[in-house]
Design a binder for this molecule. Structure first.
Ligand SMILES: Cc1cc2nc3c(=O)[nH]c(=O)nc-3n(C[C@H](O)[C@H](O)[C@H](O)COP(=O)(O)OP(=O)(O)OC[C@H]3O[C@@H](n4cnc5c(N)ncnc54)[C@H](O)[C@@H]3O)c2cc1C
Length: 485
């Protein structure tokens, strides 16, 4: 029997999870308390790893057609280039950041989900839940005030930074609020010295500003405003934004109209465990951080993919190994923590106020980013290609020992070779009889050719090989394979 899953929150993370579970033929309900979708662009960057993972659901063409490919990032200070990152060197079929408004990403995910017969139920709020060993009893409230009580085997909180589920579970959202106000906006703008394929960040003595090209003549601009006060930050007017751009930018940039502006403070927070019994947290409900690297939504989408295949194995009755579902938090929490650290570091660097410290920062960054290996580390971190799970409880035992083991693991995991779609089976979903051969409690490490020779079903290979998510478990030249009798 297949268990039913309730996904609370139909943002990008909830939609991705619903889509992945539907591909694996797991029944889901997806609810959201909002009455209608937001028209705010919010997250505007889809990075390489997210694009790789969304490819499996057949979304690549539509996403690529709707977005703008940014292939390089420039960093400038005091009128000179201090670094240039070129994503075309990154080992991925998608060596760029795809600039696409969040509402378009959500619309594409939602359309694909509809093809599986699932629609997000808007205007339905989770107001109460109680879990026991067998499931979760929930009360769902419709916008007309009527209540429904339903029971699910699993509940996933994709309910955003102010997560109802996290609050009701009493899970502390540990971290801080940065003491600096920020603003962002989408503008029509002319005069950029860089083409549509390059983003540009300027470290000015007054603060930081970054220009993301969204489409010809359209840019997302993010800027620091200064130390926070007791007041809620207010977004600058178009005229004030133009003044900031004139002061910190390259000169000659003209903002003609603003499509959306907002001001905010940055929270850096995370829960200690993404799992609480039969309830999981994914996306902003589990971690929030600076938008400096544009990775919040990406990290959430990738966590959803990680959880989906594990939950599918359990819901389809193919695995009952506790370590499998527990590994979701063991694997994804460190990734979230690393993103919080690196985005925070970048924001702190960008907002140094002391002018001598700024000089030192600029000089050092210029030297460090002049080194190819350092650029490569940064490129692979931004594109999230270097995400791996070297300490996952699911990993088999490496044959290497001592420092060599660490080095091989650390470099090998992100470098896992990518199999093109044509190398993988057409079957996108998992069929129960095929998966009956899987048993995570008896895991062995097998080379891929051996897996094929053993007649492991192609759809299982898809799960293991096509999904870079799973490839992150690769050790040396082997894949961790869950093969049972
Ligand atoms: C201004 C701004 C700019 C950003 N820029 C970037 C960027 O450039 N790059 C990037 O990667 N990220 C960016 N982010 C972050 C990104 O938008 C979030 O990381 C992303 O939306 C998180 O997705 P999510 O699905 O986890 O949560 P959300 O998108 O917040 O969705 C949560 C959903 O849960 C629903 N919900 C809440 N409680 C309940 C309940 N009890 N019952 C039913 N439904 C409920 C809400 O209505 C909401 O629709 C930005 C965010 C903001 C606000």
């Amino acid at each position: 029997m297949t268990d039913a899953v309730l996904i609370v929150g139909a943002g990008p993370v909830g939609l991705t999870l619903a889509l992945e579970l539907s591909r694996y033929k797991v029944p889901v309900r997806l609810i959201d308390k909002m009455a209608m979708r937001s028209d705010k662009s919010r997250a505007v960057a889809l990075w390489s790893r997210s694009l790789e993972l969304l490819e499996r659901a057949g979304l690549s063409d539509e996403l690529l057609n709707a977005g703008n490919k940014v292939r390089a990032a420039n960093m400038l200070a005091q009128g000179r280039h201090i670094a240039r990152l070129d994503f075309s060197d990154v080992e991925t079929p998608y060596p760029y950041a795809l600039m696409i408004p969040q509402y378009d990403t959500e619309a594409i995910l939602e359309r694909q989900l509809t093809s599986f017969g699932i629609s997000a139920e808007l205007g339905v709020e989770l107001v109460h839940f109680v879990q026991d060993s067998y499931g979760v009893a929930t009360t769902l409230r419709r916008s007309d005030g009527t209540d429904e009580t339903s029971r699910f085997s699993w509940v996933i909180g994709c309910d955003g930074a102010h997560s109802t589920i996290r609050h009701k579970l009493g899970l502390p959202f540990v971290g801080d609020t940065m003491p600096i106000d920020w603003t962002l906006g989408d503008f029509h703008m002319n005069g950029s010295p860089f083409g549509l394929e390059e983003l540009a960040t300027y470290w000015h003595q007054d603060g930081f500003i970054v220009f993301f090209p969204m489409a010809p003549g359209r840019y997302r601009i993010i800027a620091s405003l200064g130390p926070s006060t007791n007041q809620e930050p207010i977004p600058p007017s178009l005229k004030e934004f133009q003044e900031i751009v004139d002061k910190r930018g390259p000169g000659g940039l003209v903002l003609s109209d603003s499509l959306w502006t907002t001001a905010f403070r940055i929270n850096e927070r995370q829960v200690a465990n993404y799992r609480s019994g039969r309830i999981f947290l994914a996306g902003d409900s589990a971690h929030v951080h600076s938008p400096a690297g544009g990775q919040g939504m990406n990290t959430g989408i990738q966590a959803a993919v990680n959880l989906a295949w594990k939950l599918a194995l359990v819901c389809r009755g193919i695995s009952d190994a506790p370590e499998l579902l527990d590994s979701y938090s063991s694997e994804r929490r460190p990734v979230g923590a690393a993103v919080i650290r690196s985005a925070g570091r970048l924001s702190n660097l960008a907002t140094i106020r002391n002018s001598s410290a700024q000089q030192v920062r600029n000089a050092m960054f210029h030297v460090i980013m002049g080194l190819k290996p350092m650029r490569q580390v940064m490129e692979e971190s931004m594109t999230e290609i270097s995400v791996g799970y070297p300490k996952s409880p699911l990993n088999g035992v490496s044959k290497m020992r001592g420092p060599l083991e660490r080095i091989r693991r650390a470099t090998d995991t992100p470098k896992a070779s990518y199999l093109k779609r044509s190398d993988t089976p057409e079957v996108p979903e998992l069929d129960a009889p095929d998966l009956a051969t899987l048993n995570v409690q008896r895991r062995r490490v097998l080379p891929r050719r051996e897996l094929r020779a053993e007649g492991v079903p192609l759809c299982v290979l898809e799960l293991q090989v096509c999904c870079r998510e799973f490839l992150a478990h690769r050790l040396l030249d082997h894949f961790v394979a869950f093969i049972g009798a």
